[in-house]
Design a protein around this ligand. Structure first.
Ligand code: GTP
Ligand code: SPV
Ligand code: MN
Length: 590
């Protein structure tokens, strides 16, 4: 006799603490219905179909872009809002000069008034999620409540979401609470609040990216960086990439670049034809959680399951992997459309934009066709260079950590830190030109230590102290480097071709790790000479290469002065080692 398969337990019955929290939010926000996400493909398709029916999503040409959709956000809601993002700790000092701060009581009071009744007539979605493979002891769970189906779909792609995550939460009893409502999308009633001491997040008034997909920057960086300090690990704004050399050996590199400065592209790099035998495997493109291992090395997991990547500039030449990846089952946000319903963005060699990102007939006079911060959301498994080790619960061992920024001058193509403590100073000194990933002026140089200025959930002085401590505890720490793919000549042209050619620089780093490649101490750190890089088949003039690998002592003295002024804001809390490393650099410059 066949036995009927048992009905699955309704999700709300799996975890009482989650159910109680959902009930309290329901009572406050008064939605028309409550929906718990299971995390299946069928569910995501049903949610997508509902948004298409409601006119919120546009189905793209099924011949050329099967399973792809376009979403247009509110034109005033197109990027992260750093000026409206707060760390709410009991003591303001704990948030530090690097964060906006609000008293937790005051912040909860303010948010409670915004959330009261805000979901009337809407659906409240409950999304249990796990950041990292559900089977990994390094992963951490959360639950996002949102009234946006678009946010729910993004979270289902970007995280390990649904029943298995909720089962882990039920078992562990601990989760990060993230409450989100799109509200009226009024920039004057928009706040992204973090309560690291309570492991909770409250976000109101934006439906976009890092403001609203709470597993990403809010949880996996701001809250997780706080947890990581308490537990002895690091939560960082870093890609993770595996590089297999022609001898068949694979080494992993983690790299921190500010938003829209090349992480996704480096993580999916395609080796140049003139470097045969190299293979690249992507583990992560935006966030890395780094844990000291028993073997004295640092091990990394990617807490995410998808990519929320910058669309403009993606094409067959710059990044064929990404270009192929986003031709199927991809959610596009704020790109333009051609007359035959294909997505279009700046940097595509063909096609003509007909409708711009706002949904208006395209007119070159009113700016770019696709928004400069237009994005794709896609499962990491669609990536042709997806590393099977992404799912390894132990993570991958890291040989080198790379910091970088977007700077037209000063920073050379690459240099290596003298040791870990110097590397912490190098990371803390990162400065970069601002990009369209956050609201505000684009192209102004600002300090962005470890690419974490918008994302560190506590005082940077304490964060650097924590970095120093983690490194001191590693018997076999990664080597630390700094890169700049964005140096320009006086005419404004990039000196370095970037993209796949960046492998030449990464290969030098791995040779350094193996104790094989040469480097010269130039005061700021150790630089390769042009002959130390593999330049076979590289199309760069010798003058450009020597400019890329030179240190302008005058400019660097000024840089040291600016760094000293920047660090002095952190006062007594700043680890003394940072200043002694800086003085060592100053004297090395002569
Ligand atoms: P977030 O998702 O915001 O964290 O950005 P990201 O760091 O992943 O940046 P991404 O790889 O998406 O690149 C952002 C922009 O920089 C895109 O327009 C790329 O085309 C461009 N870019 C990436 N790598 C390079 C490079 O090596 N050289 C040059 N010149 N441009 C690059
Ligand atoms: C970034 O800005 O660094 C991003 C996009 O990766 S967002 O999810 O909006 O933070
Ligand atoms: Mn990012």
């Amino acid at each position: 006799m066949a036995t009927a398969s048992p009905l699955p337990t309704p999700l709300a019955h799996l975890s009482r603490p989650v159910a109680e929290w959902v009930e309290s939010v329901r009572a406050l926000t008064e939605p028309a219905e409550v929906y718990w996400c299971e995390g299946t493909d069928a569910e995501r398709e049903a949610l997508t179909a509902r948004l298409v029916r409601d006119g919120e999503l546009t189905r793209l040409d099924p011949e050329t872009y099967p399973g792809c959709h376009l979403y247009r956000s509110s034109p005033s809601d197109v990027a992260r809002v750093e000026h409206l993002t707060y760390i709410c700790t009991r003591s303001q000092e704990d948030a530090g000069p690097n964060n906006n701060w609000m008293d937790p009581e005051a912040a909860h009071g303010k948010m409670r008034e915004l959330f009261r009744g805000c979901m009337r007539g809407r659906t409240l979605y409950v999304i249990p999620y796990c950041m990292g493979p559900v089977s990994s002891p390094l992963a951490r769970c959360g639950v996002e409540i949102t009234d946006s189906a678009y946010v729910a779909i993004n979270m289902l792609i970007m995280t390990h979401a649904g029943r298995p995550a909720l089962e882990r939460i039920a078992h562990e009893g601990c989760f990060v609470r993230g409450l989100h409502s799109t509200g009226e999308l009024d920039p004057n009633r928009r706040f992204i609040m973090h309560f690291p001491e309570e492991l909770s997040i409250e976000s109101y008034g934006s439906g976009y990216g890092g403001n609203a997909l709470l597993g990403k920057k809010c949880h996996a960086l701001r809250i997780a960086s706080w947890q990581a300090r308490e537990e002895g690990w690091l939560a960082e704004h870093m890609l993770i990439v595996g590089l297999q050399n022609p001898r068949g050996e694979t080494h992993y590199i983690a790299a921190a670049f500010p938003s829209a400065c090349g992480k996704t592209n480096l993580a999916m790099l395609i080796p140049p034809n003139s470097m045969p035998g190299w293979k690249v495997f992507t583990v992560g493109d935006d966030i890395a959680w780094l844990h000291p291992g028993r073997d004295g090395r640092l091990w990394a997991i990617n807490p995410e399951a998808g990519y929320f990547g910058v669309v403009p500039g993606t094409n067959r030449e710059t990044n064929r992997n990404a270009f192929d990846m986003i031709r199927r089952d991809t959610l596009f946000t704020n790109v333009a459309l051609t007359a035959d319903n294909q997505p279009w963005w700046e940097g595509l060699p063909s096609g003509v934009p007909r409708i711009d990102w706002r949904g208006r007939p395209y007119d070159a006079a009113s700016g770019p066709a696709a928004h400069p911060n237009s994005r794709f959301t896609v499962s990491a498994r669609r990536n042709p260079s997806y590393s099977p080790h992404t799912d390894d619960p132990r993570g991958v061992p890291i040989s080198a950590i790379v910091f970088g920024g977007r700077r037209r001058e000063v920073a050379p193509l690459v240099y290596e830190a003298r040791d870990w403590a110097h590397g912490v100073l190098v990371g803390a000194s990162v400065a970069s030109e601002t990009t369209a990933a956050a609201v505000g002026q684009v192209g102004v140089v600002r300090r962005d230590p470890m690419a974490m200025q918008p994302f560190c959930g506590y005082n940077f002085a304490d964060y650097w102290r924590h970095w120093l401590k983690v490194g001191a505890g590693l018997a076999n720490p990664p080597r630390l480097f700094h890169v700049n793919w964005f140096r320009r000549d006086p005419q404004g042209k990039f000196l370095w071709p970037g993209f796949g050619e960046n492998l030449r620089v990464l290969a030098w780093m791995l040779e350094r790790c193996a104790g094989k490649a040469q480097a010269i101490d130039r005061g700021i750190g150790l630089l390769p000479r042009p002959e130390d890089l593999n330049t076979a088949g590289l199309d760069v003039e010798p003058e450009a290469l020597s400019a890329l690998l030179s240190v302008d002592t005058e400019l660097w003295r000024r840089e040291v002065t600016e760094t000293r002024a920047y660090l002095s804001q952190y006062g007594e809390r700043l680890p003394r080692e940072m200043l002694s490393e800086l003085e060592r650099t100053a004297s090395g410059l002569g």
